[in-house]
Design a protein around this ligand. Structure first.
Ligand code: SF4
Length: 644
């Protein structure tokens, strides 16, 4: 092989489902050098192979399954991988990351990436095994839930090391937020990547293998890795890591409610008076079974639980995670934690994103309250706040697109509001078509900018800053200078938040290309660009990645490339905004009462740092060319989409 970089498996599988053929190819050196892996490489592939003419649910859409050089090697946390495609939910850039063990196993099976095109005439699954890739019949798996599908594949392959990424009925049935369940308990939840698999008749991907992943210079790599692991033990981070370990993401219910940022009653407010009922202690004490960290993770925030009796008895199941508790709990005014866990578990089994599903239900509940939806519109369901009977019934119906209301909600809130008409749009809490995750920007200015500029929509995972939320003055001073520190650390000040979020987006672009978990980078903020400059050269042998400036530029390059993908689909500053409620209605109650984001001020600053025209949000040619994206500049120029 001429691809000789360490840290990579060195191959990718090109899967043409229409023809039923798989080609195994050598990894491209250019992908690794310019975009590293994960989201960066996916951006390059999707830029080249999809565009305005691509139907997200058509055979011409492309699904990229990706890992990075830090996936599955000795680094913590290194169990992550990702899926990317043109999103059927939003019609723009779609991407979803997940932990567990599938990513590392995919590399041990010999593959850094899988590129899936076409549509199979019948259900199939893909098996990756020791450098080989084959399509197998999956007609017997079609229609089955994710847990059962996972078990059947494990039995069929009869290899205890096999790891799986599967879809459920929701992805098969065209629910636009179908997710992919990895290793039984983990969800690649957002932007409908499971629906793309369903549209291609691809039920699952399974991986098993024992091929080694070599480091370019093992001795130096172990030394660099040891230095970074040591940083995790710094007393500065000890408290955050201890609570993350003890409670997982459920800890956030209490932390976020305390600052008034917990979406409640379809984002009407950011404070839930019954938060304790759905909070971390209750879950840990009554329902927890065991911890189940992702591959090689020294943090370990994942748990498995069971509800032992009563109406919502069930499990074992993964989580529950903060976002699921928010979506089916506070945001639906539901403080029955057992029902919340049940609904999350059903979504996992049916293969649906809990955030988009829960938000679609809270949207419908508010329309019911406002009289926009009545009994004639809901197929006999009563949609009062916190009605768990309705919620459990709706989740099942949405996954199967049964009835008028469920079929509407299966399309997400933006499309449902368009169909319903009237004032319904006011209550659809999304950006660019993606339902908002569990952060209210009226309680945290920079979240507003994060949501508005995120390439996949209203979601925190492309650039959320926890620096001002949790207060790390030493880190802020080191990264942004003493003179900006007070404003940056003020959660309600919009000043310097453009620079802050620009930097976070660049950093996370590298994190998502490496590919590692956000914990350790976002909360607590242990790793920064220097981490990658320390570990990547001895791991990969690419010396340029040892220059911190090169790492930062890679983050900027990848961010621009994903943004350009969206510009080509018509996204401009006009679309980089917030839902009406979060932009115009001051927070009515709670610790953040009266808060509103100053989005325009933050956007102006963000565009300046990003090198974009503040009027349109479009990039400048010189910025793209500096970052090695001349080919992007050329294409945008021919479409009239380049800033002057
Ligand atoms: S911190 Fe949690 S989500 Fe991240 S890799 Fe570790 S166990 Fe998985």
């Amino acid at each position: 092989m001429t691809f000789s970089y360490g840290g990579y498996a060195g191959r990718y599988a090109e899967v043409d489902l229409t023809a039923g053929r798989v080609h195994v190819r050598e990894m491209e050196r250019e992908w690794a050098r310019l975009c590293l892996g994960g989201t960066g490489v996916a951006a390059k592939i999707l830029w080249e192979r999809t565009g305005p003419q691509t139907d997200p649910l058509g055979p011409d859409n492309v699904l990229v399954v990706g890992t990075g050089p830090l996936t599955g090697v000795m680094f913590s946390p290194a169990g992550r991988m990702m899926f990317a495609s043109k999103s059927p939910l939003t019609g723009i850039w779609g991407e979803s990351h997940v932990g567990g063990f599938f990513g590392p196993e995919m590399k041990y099976a010999g593959f850094d990436f899988v590129i899936v095109t076409g549509r199979s005439p019948r259900p199939v699954y893909l098996l990756l095994q020791d450098g080989e890739a084959e399509l197998r019949d999956a007609h017997h798996l079609w229609g089955r839930e994710t847990g059962e599908t996972t078990q059947m594949i494990r039995e069929e392959i009869a290899d205890p090391t096999v790891k799986t990424a599967v879809i459920g009925p929701a992805g098969e049935n065209g629910v636009l937020y179908g997710c992919i369940i990895v290793d039984q308990y983990r969800a690649a939840g957002r932007t409908g990547m499971g629906t793309v698999m369903g549209s291609k008749n691809l039920k699952a991907i399974a991986a098993t293998g024992s091929l080694p992943i070599e480091a370019h210079d093992m001795e130096r790599y172990l030394e660099a890795n040891g230095q970074e692991m040591e940083r995790l033990r710094d007393p500065l981070w000890t408290d955050s890591l201890a609570s993350l370990r003890k409670y997982g993401t459920t800890d956030l219910v209490a932390i976020i409610n305390e600052i008034g940022r917990l979406p409640t009653k379809n984002h009407w407010t950011g404070y839930f008076e019954h938060a304790e009922d759905i909070g971390p202690e209750v879950i840990a004490e009554r329902y927890r079974l065991t911890q189940e960290a992702c591959y090689g993770c020294a943090i370990g925030c994942k748990y498995v639980y069971r509800v032992r009796g009563g109406r919502f008895a069930g499990g074992p199941a993964g989580g529950p995670e903060y976002e699921t508790i928010m979506a089916f709990g506070s945001n639906c005014l539901n403080n029955d934690i057992e029902s919340v866990m049940y609904l999350g578990h059903r979504c996992d089994q049916l293969g649906m994103d809990t955030i988009s599903c829960g938000k679609s239900i809270s949207f419908a509940m508010e329309l019911w309250e406002k009289g926009i939806l009545g009994p004639d519109d809901t197929d006999g369901l009563s949609l009062e706040w916190g009605n768990v009977d309705t919620m459990t019934e709706l989740v099942e119906r949405i996954a199967r697109r049964e009835g008028h209301l469920a079929t509407l909600l299966a399309q997400g809130t933006r499309r449902a509001a368009e169909v319903i008409g009237g004032d319904a749009w006011r209550y659809a809490i999304h950006c660019k078509g993606l339902e908002a995750s569990g952060q209210d920007p009226r309680a945290h200015q920079s979240v507003g900018l994060t949501y508005a500029t995120n390439v996949r929509g209203a979601d925190h995972l492309r650039s959320l800053s926890s620096l001002e939320e949790l207060g790390y003055p030493e880190i802020v001073i080191k990264r942004f200078g003493r003179e900006k520190a007070d404003e940056i650390l003020n959660i309600m000040s919009p000043k310097y938040k453009g620079e802050l979020i620009w930097d976070m987006e660049n950093l996370y672009a590298v994190v998502d290309s490496a590919v590692i978990c956000k914990y350790g980078t976002m909360w607590p903020p242990v790793y920064y660009y220097e981490t990658f400059a320390n570990v990547l050269p001895p791991l990969t042998g690419m010396s340029e990645w040892g220059d911190v400036r090169y790492v930062i530029d890679a983050g900027r390059r990848i961010s621009h490339l994903r943004r350009a993908y969206n510009h080509r689909l018509g996204i401009t500053r006009e679309d980089e905004t917030l839902p009406h409620r979060l932009l115009k209605e001051p927070m009515p109650t709670g610790p953040a009462k009266g808060g509103l984001p100053d989005l325009d001020q933050m956007l102006d600053e963000y565009y300046e740092f990003r090198g974009c025209d503040p009027k349109t949000g479009l990039p400048r040619r010189d910025r793209l060319e500096q970052l090695g994206l001349g080919f992007v500049a050329e294409e945008l120029a021919t479409m009239g989409l380049l800033a002057g």
